[in-house]
Write a new protein. Sequence first.
Length: 278
Amino acid sequence: MKLTHFLLLLPFLIYSQNFIQIEKDLVNIRFDPDQNSEKVAQAEFGQIFLSTASTKKWVQIEVPSGEKRWIYKKLTSQVNDYGAILDTVNISDLKQSLIRARKQAQIDSRSKKISYMNKKDVENILIDKYLLSVFRLWNVSPIHFPDVMSYKDNEQSVMFGQAYERPVVVSFIDYDIFEVLGEDLIIETKRCFKIGQRINAIIKIFYHQGVARQELCFIDGYGKIFDNCVSIKEFYKNVSGYNSKQKVLTKDGKMKNFQLILEPTKPDLENYKKSTSY
């Protein structure tokens, strides 16, 4: 047990990311936003990409080479989130397939020439072409590329390929501190400025870029989608009881009143809905 103090943090801006999903079979990914531009690779129905910009007719996406490519906008739809890789996928084997494909692209780029491109552009085009083909073969969205490449075989604590969600009702206690109503559970977030009582929310736990991430998500504005998410720093069990006359003895020998005594805890995933996606 420990005495926990809550401090007000300075405000900062929270940025959200946009994701697009492919809505047709074998959609062309192009070098520039033009139908006559070099075809880099093809995307498959259902695959999800990070969208970084758009024009009236085209949407820009991030691909495994780190470059930005283009897809005709009418062939996509915007989605608010992406799920996990299916449990049946062998992540270690997928990672090795991607490594081999990248090495082969680098080798082939030495003899490949495109008149109006430099060697690095040609290499990146082949990297995207080969790696996106691997993702199509494995039936996995390219959005998971950072996750796959950072995966370690001996990392037992990582819940790769699994995503968990649980609806909760929370109330604001202090900045970055929320109580889950009906439970002795307290959530500490990172830089959250949501204030209110009996707020509908969702706890999300999923794998992202090599680590398990935890988020508390709220409905943004007047929408119906829980896409206003902040990172969860820690889960706590409230062990302070409800006796208002209780005090704590601090390390320096002083008796003080307290608001809550919290004990770090881990979420019971048996109470969460497990979700997987393509």
